[in-house]
Design a binder for this molecule. Structure first.
Ligand code: GLY
Length: 388
């Protein structure tokens, strides 16, 4: 091995979740190293950055809703702290979201979502098609109604990732720009990693926060490996020329022929259109079909979109978990912790994940809000499925 370094905490993965964990842990006085060839890269470069706890409410995910709302509530202070510390703007916009229906079936679906949101104590307002178009004049004339959710905001994940890198640097986090190749296990305990360049990085605790790659780190015993899988999302970026501004003044989304499409307008004129959801393993090809479907669906929603310059097409991998919720806290190996499996909510869950991981790293205990997301829930389920 070429060299070695030691810290209290080694974070494997420098995406938004790894960075926020490293930053918050360093703020609590721990020495932290992050291993990642490109900190702030990965899914943060693709994600649209919707903070959509209410409009992305799904049946069966009420426990996750609690975590999503807790994180959304932390966003204003989190964003202000990061900007004050680093001087980075984050593109944090509290502009709200409008979920619209294009036909009678969509309308029925949105009505159900509205009822479910209200049962869950969430704020959303039903609007007629005309009221939707009054709010967003670029919407198609055929829009049949919609839900106005002023509490669902947005942030620019690229700016957020850059700010987190800067905040980590200021807090003394050491970056090792290399892949972690293998977990080191000594006497039944995780004690660090060997990096691809041969460096041995040892640490008192190791946090696996490598997004969709988290299940692939060599050396992790089977029972401690997180059950995460890659779920591909293709995303487009367009730019709104000044003469068309404001093209949209809030996030607009819909379900078109069963696929989710959303348009996220940034103040700097970028318009993000996402996203496909494809179970295709590690494939990150941008396909003609993916781009076509996104543009077709976005065009049904906002016909004027075809006038805009298309500036970027990209695909990323969400870290999907069996119940669509993250895995936070100790794994089934002493010294190893997980912060992964955030699936569709990685950007939204950054503030609460950073706080929860810093707490468990310093005290050994997860805060109450994060306890339902312990990785042990999958192990308990697997054990109960074994024949007696
Ligand atoms: N949260 C949006 C997405 O995963 O596409």
């Amino acid at each position: 091995m070429s060299s070695s370094r030691t810290s209290d905490v080694l974070v494997v993965g420098g995406g938004i979740i790894g960075l926020v964990t490293a930053w918050r842990a360093a703020q609590r006085g721990l020495s932290v190293t992050v291993a990642d060839p490109e900190p702030g890269g990965g899914a943060a470069q693709v994600a649209a950055g919707m903070l959509a706890a209410v409009t992305e409410l799904h049946y069966g995910e009420q426990t996750l809703l609690g975590l999503n709302l807790a994180s959304a509530a932390r966003y204003p202070d989190f964003a202000a702290e990061l900007t004050e510390l680093t001087g980075h703007g984050l593109g944090y916009r509290r502009c709200g979201t409008l979920a619209v229906a294009l036909d009678t079936d969509d309308r029925a679906h949105l009505r159900e979502l509205h009822a479910f949101q209200r049962e869950s104590g969430l704020e959303s307002e039903w609007l007629s098609g005309r009221e939707c178009r009054r709010l967003e004049p670029m919407l198609a004339p055929g829009v049949r109604g919609g839900l106005r959710v002023d509490g669902d905001h947005q942030i620019d994940p690229r700016r957020l990732a850059a700010a987190l890198v800067a905040a980590c640097e200021r807090a003394g986090v050491v970056f090792h720009r290399e892949w972690a190749e293998r977990l080191t296990v000594t006497a039944g305990r995780a004690t660090g990693c060997v990096l691809r360049d041969g460096t041995a990085s040892s640490a008192g605790q190791v946090v696996l926060a490598a997004g969709s790659l988290s299940g692939r780190l060599a050396g992790v015993p089977d029972e401690a490996l997180p059950p995460v899988r890659p779920v591909k999302g293709q995303v487009l970026r367009l730019s709104v020329p000044r003469r068309y501004a404001p093209f949209l003044s809030r996030t607009v989304r819909a379900v078109v022929r069963g696929s989710h499409v959303y348009l996220v307008p940034r103040l700097d004129g970028e318009l993000v259109v996402g996203a496909t959801s494809e179970e295709l393993g590690w494939d990150t090809t941008v396909t003609a079909g993916g781009v076509y479907e996104l543009l077709r669906d976005a065009h049904e929603l906002v016909p004027g979109i075809t006038e805009l310059p298309l500036t970027e097409t990209r695909a990323g991998l969400r870290p999907g978990s069996p119940d669509n919720a993250p895995l936070l806290g100790p794994a089934a190996l002493e010294g190893l912790l997980l912060a992964t499996g955030h699936f569709r909510n990685g950007v939204l869950l950054a503030p609460v994940t950073g706080d929860a991981m810093a707490q468990v790293l310093t005290t050994g205990e997860l805060p109450d809000v994060a306890r339902p997301f312990t990785p042990r829930r999958f192990r308990a389920a697997a054990l109960s499925e074994q024949p007696a």
